[in-house]
Ligand binder design. Sequence first.
Ligand code: NAP
Length: 259
Amino acid sequence: MFTSMKDRSVIVTGASKGIGKGIAKVFANAGCQVLLASRTLKDAEDAAAEITQGGGRATAIAADVTSESDMADVATAAMDRHGGIDVLCANAGIYPQSKLEDMSSEEWDQVLGTNLKGNFISVKACLPHLKKSDGGRIVLTSSITGPVTGFPGWTHYGASKSGQLGFMRTACMEFAKYGITVNAVLPGNTLTEGLIALGEDYLETMAASVPLKRLGTVEDIGNAALFLATKEAAYITGQTIIVDGGQIIPESLEALEEA
Ligand code: NAP
């Protein structure tokens, strides 16, 4: 039995849709007070309304993780609305595809700026408040792409997702003295609005390559993030949890078919 997460103050970036919205819902269902941040206020408000209609506690704020002043405002809002910050889920990320031969340095900077520097900015903004928590938690959303696998068109994305883990491994050491843990969830292919829009055939093909024969749900990712935020996970820091239905395991197509 896990210690209750009731009333814990949680910030989720990139929470208006997809995995971030799933993380926000899972934490709200566990009794947390959740602040949902994304650039488009209306979308974040709609996601927060969905949570409150389901009985959870959630509010929204417009913020770009690439902006230090926006993220300072997010931290202030969490302090004002919840009275502290216990958990930061640094989830916001983008994944435009571009082959290296065609990639501009602007595209590179945009992806690294959002996915990696965005983590730095989010963590820095929340750190003074997380230090005052009786068990501060930082959970990064990385990916299997980069840290474990590769995918054409995603050199910048893979570098950003691996970079998050390098960031994590030193940040967790620096923050250990404050009792703050820093961990990462690494989703495989996860059913988000964007993926669903690609159509049934595409989804079926993708699910067929996963040993558990289904794509991940946003709640699957949220549950892993929630575990890392519990009191019981206090001795886990600098670690990764892959949530991919076994997607990275088969060593060949034959191995997958054989099973
Ligand atoms: P998504 O459905 O496209 O949602 C992205 C969210 O991030 C939206 O709320 C978006 O809202 C927000 N966002 C984008 N740029 C932002 C910025 N600069 N500042 C603040 N918010 C920003 O993405 P997703 O698929 O859920 O992915 C979420 C995270 O999971 C990413 O880090 C991604 O790398 C990772 N991931 C996803 C998958 C997958 O299969 N979906 C697999 C592995 C890892 P606004 O546009 O309004 O800001």
